[in-house]
Ligand binder design. Structure first.
Ligand SMILES: O=P(O)(O)O[C@H]1O[C@H](CO)[C@@H](O)[C@H]1O
Ligand SMILES: O=c1cc[nH]c(=O)[nH]1
Length: 286
């Protein structure tokens, strides 16, 4: 079936609408970061950079580490941007831009996020590099997609829903990390459920001047427990990446540089050092 010109927008030069990339620009291993300035912090470790492109907050460098071709791309902040990035990355590899039809042989990308995050458990200090075993979305993105849950995801999500049942307007969704990526790139890293929030302030329990509708948000999320699973950290993209990657047949892992301890009320004085450590760990294991 031909995908409509209004649904899959291809620029006059053959690149996809927001990412501004051509199909041949995307490597099978894709690193996503939130901050556009972090793209160069990753690609400075490449042995060779093939090209740099960008549009809006979506900056892309593709290059090589040894023989391995890697694309590093910034998503900007939030799961609304993840909707764009995941759909456009998928279109670049799985839709024929000439016929506008889905290809017969689909490509499954390895998508690894290197992001920053705040910890909600007292024993997860600033400076920790944490791999998200699950992404738990508190945003609305996945209300708009049909997505199926595996057995372990279903039972864990049921427990989450019970725990948060009094928050009437929140419909959480939950997706696991890709097992292979979790056990290779995430090997020996601290692990836990990452909550993806639809904002940085009240949606992550921060109080500045506007009054929060949910009291003791951090206490609410850090008290959730199911067997060995607990919520360890908060950020703004992981759950959307995990859920849409699964819907589209890609493999995803999120690696979090922990910059804040929300229980000790601390924020790192040297965040770049922690991010650099996360970048090096991922590139060594990729
Ligand atoms: O550092 P990045 O990857 O942007 O990730 C985190 O930082 C931003 C908020 O400061 C949000 O995008 C959050 O998910
Ligand atoms: O606390 C934090 C730190 C980084 N990014 C977030 O979204 N939250």
């Amino acid at each position: 079936m031909k995908i409509a010109e209004s649904d899959l927008i291809i620029n006059p030069d053959g690149s996809i609408y927001h990412l501004n990339l051509l199909p041949e620009d995307v490597a099978e291993t894709v690193i996503t970061v939130g901050d556009p300035d972090r793209v160069g912090e990753v690609s400075k470790h490449f042995d060779r950079i093939e090209f740099k492109k960008g549009k809006r907050e979506f900056i892309t460098h593709t290059g090589f580490v040894g023989q391995k071709r890697i694309t590093v791309l910034s998503t900007g902040i939030g799961t609304d941007n993840i909707d764009i990035v995941l759909n456009e990355l998928d279109a670049l590899v799985n839709i024929d831009f000439h016929t506008r039809e889905v290809k017969t042989n689909l490509t499954s990308l390895n998508i690894i996020r290197i992001g920053t995050s705040g910890a909600v458990q007292p024993d997860v200090p600033m400076g920790t590099i944490l791999a998200s075993s699950f992404g738990l979305g508190m945003d609305a993105l996945m209300n708009y997609y049909i997505h199926e849950l595996a057995g372990d995801e279903r039972s864990l999500l049921d427990e989450v829903k019970t725990h948060f049942a009094h928050l009437k307007n929140i419909h959480p969704y939950l997706t696991s990390a890709n097992d292979v990526l979790l056990n290779t790139i995430g090997k020996d890293m601290e692990k836990g459920i990452t909550v993806t929030a639809p904002g940085f302030y009240a949606p992550q329990g921060r109080q500045v001047r506007a009054k929060n509708a949910v009291s003791n948000f951090i206490g609410l999320i850090n008290s959730f427990k199911s067997n060995h699973n607990r919520i360890t950290n908060l950020e703004m993209e992981t759950a959307g990446i995990y859920a849409l990657a699964k819907v589209l047949g890609h493999k995803a892992l999120s690696v979090n540089a922990i910059l804040a301890s929300r229980v000790k009320l601390e924020f790192s004085q040297n965040p770049n050092k922690i991010v650099e450590q996360a970048i090096k760990m991922v590139l060594e294991r990729i």
